[in-house]
Design a binder for this molecule. Sequence first.
Ligand code: 1CP
Length: 344
Amino acid sequence: MILKNNLLLEAARGGPVNRPPVWLMRQAGRVLPEYRAVRKKVKNFRELVTTPELAAEVTIQPVDILGVDAAIIFSDILVIPEAMGLPYEMIEEKGPVFRKTVRGEEDIEKLEIAAGDNLRYVTDAIRIVKKELNGRVPLIGFAGAPWTILAYMVEGHGSKTFSEARKFLYTCPDSAHRLLGKIAKSTVNYLKSQVDAGADILQLFDSWAGILSPAQYASFAFPYLRDIGKEMKLYSPSTPLTVFAKGAFFSVKDFGQTDYDVIGLDWNMDIGGSRVLAGKNKTLQGNMDPALLYADYETIRKETRKMLEAFGKERYIANLGHGLYPDTDKDKVKFFVDVIKGEV
Ligand code: 1CP
């Protein structure tokens, strides 16, 4: 299907664009009253994620309401641990909790390699979204990076330090590699099924990249992401790939040598320096501090224009440096998008 708004894919491939595309991490969610209304109709987060019609509805909301240049499929990175045999619960205001965690070799042995069909509810939602969008904007598919998924599987819940997960890397390195290998295989199966269902571009979220040392990242995180990139490029050369390794400024140069087309930056990273590290053939995505959106309109305009200037028009996708905070004013989110589009 021909896309009416192809800005995101053009920018990802390094083609000419008349302005940078914009979308926002966590654009579907509690900032939108329309999302909260749908969320109220279901028992919990999982029901929303596993009901394709509802997941599709909240995926499209930000395209209609905020005017962003892409939709991202409404799901969570934690559907992979669940498909491998570790179900999660999403506790309101707190985040995910796993009843069972990975403690050692025996637990890893029991985990399954997820195949596309365990996650049919996601691919069904993708098919509905693609049909309903009818080519208006591209659809982003996604998955968590193996290290970030391991962190939740071992720790069992969110954490500022993930010290249990980091302990696991030092105390059971061989088991960690076995687990990472299983997660990576599951992730490739899952991403392939998303492409088959119609995802136009894929993003890997390594949200906890920045808590590893460069050496640990080079051993336990980077190679798995690199290989996922390689496999996905072979599987679908026309599907652009994005990697977002939050906090891992030390990884930008290495990702510049991989099959990823787009490198996501958070607001700790220097824009000019990252361009040099990533190299000419990569597109950068990011990187506004989501806390800017608590400021007054004039400050939002000024800081956003500064960001646009620093990145330049070429090979750039405007976004935040991490997900929107749920208590952000929706009008300010829309204003940020409109400044980028040159409309205000
Ligand atoms: O209904 C609700 O309010 C629950 C909040 C919520 C939402 C809306 C969670 C719980 N997940 C999501 C959806 C989600 N998660 C999307 C949807 C698409 C969109 O961006 O609009 C995406 C891409 C994710 C990915 C995700 N989940 C990441 C990677 C990105 C990031 O934020 O770093 C991570 C780390 C998660 C785990 C997760 N899910 C939810 C929470 C609160 C958390 C973080 C928990 C923690 O602090 O460790």
